[in-house]
Ligand binder design. Structure first.
Ligand code: 3HC
Length: 686
């Protein structure tokens, strides 16, 4: 027997319900991801009230149409007054319902979506579902009871990982840890959920997560904080989360919920969450290219070729192999190919050991790798990524060969990090097929991909590469051609000013300490030592024209020789170096610079404000499409702390007039766009 509920089913309603065999199925259909907007929350509460009031209904199922169960609160509503019922109120009403409520989960139950499921009395999920509380990645914490209900269901260890790190779990793991009660058939979720509800309809008392006790060793919290100290450094949300989980173990549920609500509001009002929410939307906006329609027909990419079996080429090959592509890896050296295959084998094994792929997938990935000396075997590749030596002559030669052998329509990409791809494109007969794919090292790990759009790159090539980036798990940002594109171009003023500060009296560790305290993983001199001070060196130890020449001439080439701006111990830990400082002092004196005391403020202005200034020029010249793209490049590619939202968001936060005043104080140039935007009290990110 089937009947319709009387309140929820108005035409066009987002939440509808249906009663079958005494069970009310409440279905939300709010594309794209069923975010829990005010309208959805109101619809759910109305349907729940119907279920409670109708004597013919013995239980209810909450499910979603479309690709996923609720993916969380509607992030676009944050910052406005939350309309009632709020998510915590809705969760409370569900848990308090006198009839059993079952969450039927497919796709991804995330954030507020999972919290809503935790408030249900039972949860059933399809095997492909994933469940998580990723709020920490938005600088937040679960604000609808998640910190108090999850540990009561799963135990503390799982709850710590899921909430403080934001790691989701697969359905099978969720079943194992008590987060879901049953797995449904992949295609029969609603029917299985209705059957399950009928089965448990008469059972009392109803299992309510809030009524369970948390059993855990109090030492677990300090150990967790210590183990993750590096990862959590600078972030406010993870520590607030651990505090709340601690409260769940030793305080009554109601008290824990009140604490959670206060902590959530405090984080929501703070700059860190605003920064991380900005990045969430910026990463998605970056995929959109202003003059390329979303439905642009794309080229088919089934086979990939990679030229160059060095560190970059190997990492790029690994990124494609992991995503299921067959990869032909070409190099002129048999030895390099052998080494690359061994390294890729090691990376694949490590992925399998971490559970990122099964043993079978690992074997299949290695079978898809074809290392070869034969350039002609790239003839059937749909995409060829050149990752050879960073030299225009070498690149042009490779592209000329590709021009002769690549199939018509193949996309010809270069991984160059600085060179002018328009010159490369102009040197062959098919410039429209040429694009830059600038991966970051290690290429199979780093999520950023700068997609460099040449003057003649075809729109369908761009659209194809952007889609492909998503398939291989990358966040792609489009850059136009200039020296260093978006990311590396901004490194240039930073390094120039950092070295100029040494000439004025600062030490490498003084400057690096300011950057590390700011939240960067390392400072400019630690990074220079890592990259190698011999890069670009003319190799004449008697020609000392720059500070770099002075270091290179002494064999202080950075980490690789155990000495550079720092001395390194056998664990590659940097130590301030009296030898390096003496070298700097000598060069300072010989080049006529006078030593003076350098303040932290001066370091910030000359090495961070100057990056903002360069970024403004990048935006002004149209190298980047939007300010948010620059923020994505620096947070995803160079370790700019996410809680500061990227250089442009950070500049907006401290105020553009402050940046302009700082630059002027030290006699530094100000980009016209920066000056204009500051003058009208504007922001880079709107
Ligand atoms: N609120 C509002 N919009 C959202 C959203 C949300 N929670 N989640 C996704 N969207 C939007 C995206 O901005 C995007 O919009 P666009 O098409 O205009 O760019 C669209 O939905 C599709 O998103 P994706 O491109 O990310 O689609 P995918 O299929 O790649 O991924 C997803 C789907 C895994 C659900 C991913 O979108 C995601 O991780 N979403 C965020 C999940 C999350 O963080 N939830 C917690 C929210 S905070 C919360 O719940 C607080 C609570 O505790 C009180």
């Amino acid at each position: 027997m089937s009947a319709e509920s009387n309140t929820a089913n108005r035409p066009g309603a987002i939440v509808t319900s249906e009663i079958r065999d005494g069970v009310m199925t409440i279905v939300t259909d709010s594309p794209p991801v069923n975010a829990l907007s005010a309208q959805v929350r109101a619809g759910l509460l109305a349907a729940l009230r119907d279920a409670e009031a109708d004597p013919a209904v013995k239980g209810a199922v909450i499910a979603c149409a479309g690709r996923t169960f609720f993916a969380g609160a509607d992030i676009t509503e944050f910052g406005r007054v939350m309309a009632e019922p709020t998510l915590p109120q809705l969760a409370g009403a569900i848990e308090a319902c006198a009839k059993p409520v079952v969450a039927a989960i497919h796709g991804t139950a995330l954030g507020g979506g999972l919290e809503l499921a935790l408030a249900c009395h039972y949860r059933i999920a399809v095997p492909s579902a994933r469940l998580g509380l990723p709020e920490v990645k938005l600088g937040l914490l679960p604000g609808a009871g998640g910190t108090q209900r999850l540990p009561r269901l799963t135990g503390m260890e799982t709850a710590l990982g899921m909430i403080a790190k934001g790691d989701p779990v697969e359905a099978s793991e969720a079943l194992h840890c008590g987060l879901v009660d049953r797995l449904a058939g992949e295609d029969g979720l609603i029917a299985d959920a209705v059957g399950f509800t009928a089965e448990v309809a008469a059972l009392r008392p109803l299992p309510r997560a809030s009524e369970r006790a948390v059993d855990c060793d109090p030492a677990v919290f300090a150990a967790f904080r210590e183990a993750n100290a590096r990862r959590f450094r600078g972030f406010e949300a993870p520590n607030a989360i651990v505090d709340l989980l601690e409260a769940s173990a030793d305080r009554p549920f109601g008290e824990g919920i009140a604490m959670e609500s206060r902590a959530f509001e405090a984080l929501l009002a703070g700059t860190q969450s605003a920064a991380q929410r900005h990045l969430f939307f910026a990463e998605r906006a970056a995929a959109k290219i202003r003059d390329v329609p979303p439905d642009m027909p794309q080229r088919t990419i089934a086979r990939v070729g990679v030229i160059g079996a060095g560190t970059m080429g190997g990492g790029i090959a690994m990124a494609f192999l992991s995503a299921g592509f067959p990869v032909t890896l070409v190099d002129a050296s048999e030895e390099a190919l052998r080494k690359a295959a061994a390294t890729i084998g090691g990376m694949v094994d490590a992925s399998a050991a971490k559970g990122r792929m099964t043993g079978e997938q690992a074997r299949a990935a290695m079978q898809r790798l074809m290392p070869t000396l034969d350039f002609a075997s790239l003839a059937d590749a749909d995409l060829i990524v050149e990752a050879a030596y960073e030299d225009m002559t070498v690149k042009k030669e490779i592209f000329a060969r590709l021009d002769r052998i690549a199939r018509p329509g193949a996309i010809l990409a270069t991984n160059t990090s600085f060179l002018d791809i328009d010159i490369i494109a102009a040197s062959i007969s098919r410039p429209a097929d040429v694009v830059g794919m600038h991966f970051f090292s290690p290429a199979h790990v780093m999520k950023l991909l700068e997609v460099v759009r040449g003057a003649r790159t075809a729109k369908d090539v761009l659209a194809t590469v952007m889609t492909l980036a998503k398939r291989i798990g990358k966040i792609a940002v489009v850059a136009r051609v200039c020296h260093g594109f978006i990311g590396n171009r901004m490194l240039v003023p930073r390094q120039i000013h950092a070295e100029a500060l040494l000439m004025d009296g600062a030490t490498p560790s003084q400057i690096d300490a300011v950057h590390v305290a700011f939240g960067m993983p390392m400072g400019p001199f630690q990074m220079a030592d890592l990259a190698g001070l011999d890069i670009g060196w003319h190799r004449d130890p008697n020609r000392i024209e720059t500070l770099r020449d002075a270091f290179a001439a002494q064999g202080r080439w950075g980490q690789k020789t155990g000495a550079g701006f720092y001395d390194y111990d056998d664990k590659r830990r940097p130590h301030a170096s009296p030898v390096a400082e003496a070298l700097i002092a000598r060069f300072r004196a010989s080049s006529g610079h006078v030593e003076r005391a350098i303040s932290e403020e001066e370091i910030v202005v000359r090495t961070l404000y100057t990056m903002v200034d360069e970024a403004a020029r990048i935006l002004e010249e149209g190298i980047a499409q939007r300010a948010g793209d620059i923020d994505v490049v620096w947070t995803q590619g160079y370790g700019w702390p996410a809680y500061r939202g990227g250089p442009m968001f950070w500049a907006d936060t401290i105020g553009l007039p402050t940046i302009v005043a700082g630059l002027e104080k030290y006699g530094l140039p100000v980009a016209p766009l920066l000056r204009e935007t500051a003058a009208r009290d504007g922001r880079f990110n709107r």
